[in-house]
Design a protein around this ligand. Structure first.
Ligand SMILES: [Cu+2]
Length: 182
């Protein structure tokens, strides 16, 4: 028989007892400080995006950009994204390969946003890659993107489509995408 569970519950009872004693001591000293429990809100309720936009294109791929800000006291991680505008969405980073070229690839572990910090998604750096576009993206259109976090919570935002002439080279010359199996 495994004795671990009983050991565990003994520990639990002990810590509950300790907590009770601590509470009693507080009552005795008349301390009125109520320490709020450090409850962490779902990531989806702690994150906002500013200056979101999607690159206009009549080709197969585009990307979404903006500044993600995490207002909570814990790190949050975006693990996936989806939109009706694309058949496949990936979280990409841009790195220098061995040949010294900047190429983009799926980021391992998703986008981490530090507690109280921000993450910039911009051309030539981290971005939300939209592949298999369901139609042309014309400036003035709006694209709704849903982010999913590591705690399974979600955050939905709507981004305007904008004309942008930069970063084309990165997309077209990326071996990552040419070799990608859609
Ligand atoms: Cu990409």
């Amino acid at each position: 028989m495994n004795t671990a569970p009983s050991l565990h519950s003994t520990k639990k009872n002990l810590s509950r007892l300790t907590a009770l004693v601590a509470v009693s001591l507080l009552a005795l000293t008349g301390c009125t400080t109520t320490a709020a429990p450090a409850e962490v809100a779902p990531a989806g309720e702690s994150v906002t995006i500013a200056d979101a936009w999607v690159k206009a294109t009549d080709e197969d791929m585009s990307a979404a950009f903006g500044t993600l800000t995490n207002t909570s006291s814990a790190k949050v991680t975006v693990v996936s994204a989806e939109t009706d505008a694309a058949g496949m969405v990936e979280l990409h980073e841009t790195v220098e390969n061995e040949a010294g070229e900047m190429v983009m690839r799926e980021i391992e572990g998703g986008f981490s946003i530090p507690a109280g910090g921000s993450l910039l998604l911009e051309p030539g750096a981290n971005h939300i890659m939209l592949m298999g576009l369901t139609g042309a993206l014309v400036a003035g259109d709006e694209v709704t993107v849903t982010l999913t976090f590591s705690d399974d919570s979600t955050y939905e935002f709507t981004a305007p489509v904008k004309d942008y002439s930069g970063a084309n080279e990165n997309y077209e010359e990326s071996d990552d995408h040419e070799g990608m199996d859609h």
